[in-house]
Design a protein. Structure first.
Length: 224
């Protein structure tokens, strides 16, 4: 399917105030968020640590918006069930961390969750060729994963375009998200290349008016 003219906006709570996390979730939902993006990091697969299933479960009562959970952990398989039970609606695993990712995606789908595959900047799009029949969402990392506030890597724009073509060729409804360095300028670049979901951290939670920030990203994406 072609990229949507109005992309989904998924604020990343990694950039929120952790002391007020429930309120921060409610605030962006009230101000127009489509999904909530939750980055789970283990200090091993990526050089940072965040939170686990307990945080997902604690925040679940604050909204019924989809929880888009990005597992930057190794191994991920041992924790899939826990995150599903905690309230994840979508579960992304990394192509780079799992030699048996085909089985992992099957398991995620068997739990009634949307299966996502995340791909790091140095990994070619062709790495996803043989799993597209199991993927609901492709998450293109437009920074090196592990920290918020990084600069968008323009080298990933051709990758987004290639993955959009690969996804469309399947005839399946596969969303393509971008994660990292997303602002009104890079949102336009990403959606022009074929993205239809944008993860945004500091460009939403770092702004004084969440509604204005979300609306600005959505408007920029409409031009793609």
């Amino acid at each position: 399917m072609p990229a949507l003219k109005t992309p989904l906006i998924a604020p990343s709570i990694l950039s929120a105030d952790f002391a007020r996390m429930g309120e921060e979730v409610e605030a962006v939902v009230r101000d127009g968020a489509d999904w909530l993006h939750l980055d789970v990091m283990d200090g091993h697969f990526v050089p940072n640590m965040t939170f686990g299933p307990g945080m997902i479960a604690a925040l679940r009562k604050h909204t019924d918006k989809p929880f888009d959970v990005h597992l930057m952990i190794e191994p991920a398989d041992a924790f899939i069930d826990a995150f599903a039970k905690a309230g994840a609606d979508h579960i992304h695993v990394h192509i780079e961390e799992n030699p048996h990712v085909h089985r992992t995606l099957q398991h995620i789908r068997s739990l009634g969750k949307k299966a996502g595959i995340a791909i790091c900047p140095g990994t070619p799009p062709e790495a996803l060729s043989y799993i597209l029949d199991l993927v609901d969402i492709i998450l293109v990392m437009t920074v090196n994963p592990g920290f918020g506030g990084q600069k968008f890597l323009e080298s990933q724009v051709p990758k987004i375009r290639t993955l959009r073509q690969m996804a469309d060729a399947t005839g399946r409804d596969i969303r393509i998200g971008v994660d990292g360095g997303i602002d009104v300028h890079t949102a336009r670049q990403a959606t022009e290349a074929g993205a239809d979901m944008m993860v945004a951290g500091t460009s939403i939670y770092g702004q004084p008016d969440y509604a204005k920030a979300i609306s600005a990203l959505r408007d920029a994406g409409r031009t793609g």
